[in-house]
Design a protein around this ligand. Structure first.
Ligand code: GLU
Length: 321
């Protein structure tokens, strides 16, 4: 079926979804990273960007929050840019484990494989894959330049979050060294973990994440700069990874109900990609039991439902002025 939407339909649906989710209660800030426990739990923003750069923003869309696990998306893209999608599949994998994002058990169950770049094990492994090897500063520059290109503006390091996370990331240290034991860390292990921890501590706004999502939805062209950030063949690969594991253990339930591949992070962010149509991002700190933002997921899901959109629907969607 053909679905024709005007930009004002999209704006109205985003506004209505934001208003609906604002009143929701429940969930709690992540507290295993001390800095996150203290973020104002009333913050809430919703941003949508279309492939032509049209943006709709509601609420706290300029607030820079911890990107956390959503950073796994751009670094997986960078690893694919540098080593091809096939290289990432071979070195890391593309499978959902059904287990928590920081599971050590999953590494053992997957025959010593990090599974996917969108869980902690695979993301640390992806940081180790980034070139140039052995040079922490140059790797960090490659990681942050890639995020800047995807967002159309630079992220900022939240130093206090980085310190908080570095001081408490014992589980991730165990993951890193277990992967090293299985030859799944492709550079210095401590450096790879530090880069992962630092990228999780970057502050971004929901408006920036919507631009990143829109870049993926547009097959690699950033709607703000007009520049091609990655090859078209990478877009379906990263969207597949997002669809299979983006919502932790609730990824299947999420895709089934919302109809949009999305990645969440324990900082309260959600980034959703509707290929060819739009990018969406939302942010609100309180999380459900699987680590997904209560308000952000409600807003994104409501938006999709009210427009009758779904990645599996088989519709041809056209957006007009
Ligand atoms: N930095 C967090 C960790 O490694 C990210 C978790 C997440 O957002 O899923 O535990």
């Amino acid at each position: 079926m053909d679905i024709i939407l005007t930009k004002s339909h999209i704006e109205a649906a985003a506004h209505e979804a934001f208003s609906y989710a604002t009143s929701l209660t429940g969930g709690a800030n992540a507290d295993y990273i001390p800095f996150l426990a203290n973020i104002d739990s009333g913050l809430f923003g919703l941003s949508v960007m279309l492939p032509d750069g049209t943006a709709f923003n509601f609420g706290d869309t300029d607030y820079k929050f911890g990107i956390e696990s959503i950073s796994k998306v751009p670094t997986a893209i960078l690893a694919m840019r540098q080593h091809t999608p096939a290289g990432v599949l071979q070195k890391i994998g593309a499978d959902a484990t059904g287990l928590p994002f920081n599971s050590i058990f999953a590494i053992l169950l997957e025959n010593d494989h990090p599974s996917t770049p969108l869980v902690n094990a695979g993301a640390i492994s992806a940081c180790s894959m980034i070139d140039p090897k052995g040079d922490s500063d140059a790797k960090w520059k490659a990681i942050t330049d890639n995020i800047t290109d995807l967002c159309g503006s630079a992220p900022v390091l939240i130093d206090e979050l980085y310190k908080s996370e570095s001081a408490t990331n014992f589980n991730n240290r165990a993951i890193t060294w277990l992967l090293k034991n299985y030859n799944r860390i492709y550079d210095d292990p401590d450096m790879s973990l530090d880069l992962y921890t630092r990228q999780c501590s970057l502050g971004v706004t929901s408006a920036q994440l919507a631009a990143m999502a829109a870049t993926i939805a547009s097959g690699g062209v950033n709607p703000i700069s007009g520049s091609r950030v990655f090859d078209r063949e990478i877009a379906p690969k990263i969207t597949t990874l997002i669809a299979t594991v983006g919502f932790y253990q609730h990824s299947g339930d999420w895709l089934y109900t919302s109809g949009i591949p999305a990645k969440s992070g324990v900082g309260g962010g959600v980034l959703g990609v509707l290929p060819g149509v739009l990018g969406i991002a939302a942010f609100a700190p309180p999380l459900d039991s699987a680590g997904n933002s209560v308000k952000a997921q409600a807003a994104v899901s409501r938006f999709m439902q009210s427009l009758g959109l779904g990645v599996m629907n088989g519709d041809r969607v056209t957006v007009t002025d």
